[in-house]
Design a binder for this molecule. Sequence first.
Ligand code: B1M
Length: 218
Amino acid sequence: MSDIFEEIRKSLVELEYDKVIELVKKALDQNIHPLDIIDKALSPAMREVGDLFEKGEYFLAELVTAAEAFKECMELMKPILLKEKASLKPIGVVVIGTVEGDLHDIGKSIVATMLEAGGFQVHDLGVDVPAEKFVEKALEVNADIIAMSALLTTTMLNMKKVIDLLKEKGIRDKFKVLIGGAPITEEFAKEIGADGYAEDAVKAVEVAKKLVEELRKQ
Ligand code: B1M
């Protein structure tokens, strides 16, 4: 079984678009769980693609191709992930997006899908989301959690802008703030005053459930 992960990883790093899709379909046919495909093959491959980019061996076009292949695989896997949806009545409402200035959406979309599969009602604002839009939407849908993703060291500080805006409006306690993304750490979350941090999508669901419980107790 581990061979298929290696084949998927290699074909994504080598940008063999059709082969990646074909292999992911094959893995799904073998009843391999989508989260294993993501964690053991697709995500490590994307990190490698990023490293090749950093070394100057790959360019933006290669990043785009790899991202598109990953996204097409997600389209195949999303219905399977959502089939496991926990309950009909939402356990909480989440507004999620990638922060202003940042266009990376693969990780954010996986987190959004897993939150939905975990029983949350999810409002996905997409990428490059300004602080005002997070807050506006959270008020509109009466959200429990504002969830933010950032992949760039230059955009992660925009997470703090959302928290500052909540404070400015006197509504900081109305929402829990959950953050994540490759450059984010637990320390950074504490530093900016976020309520929770998660390193991956599975952990994000766990933390989100805990945050909703805390909010209900307030
Ligand atoms: Co960009 N990029 N990129 N890129 N890109 C990185 C992030 C980089 C690390 C690559 C590198 O140099 N090694 C680097 C950032 C360096 C830094 O900031 N220190 C980088 C750069 C520099 C850039 C540009 C500036 C390049 C340029 O233009 N010169 C540019 C910026 C554009 C912008 O955003 N304004 C850029 C552009 C792009 C593309 C558009 C081409 C493309 C994104 C396409 C898309 O998303 N639709 C892209 C890609 C694909 C990457 C890499 C290769 C892969 C990212 C990815 O999708 N990973 C990335 C390399 C890397 O991350 N090592 C890189 C797979 C995904 C499943 O993982 O997103 O980490 P991830 O999500 C995980 C966890 O982080 C976590 O759970 C997810 C699932 O487990 N998580 C959360 C994420 N959000 C969460 C939220 C939560 C909780 C957990 O709670 C709310």
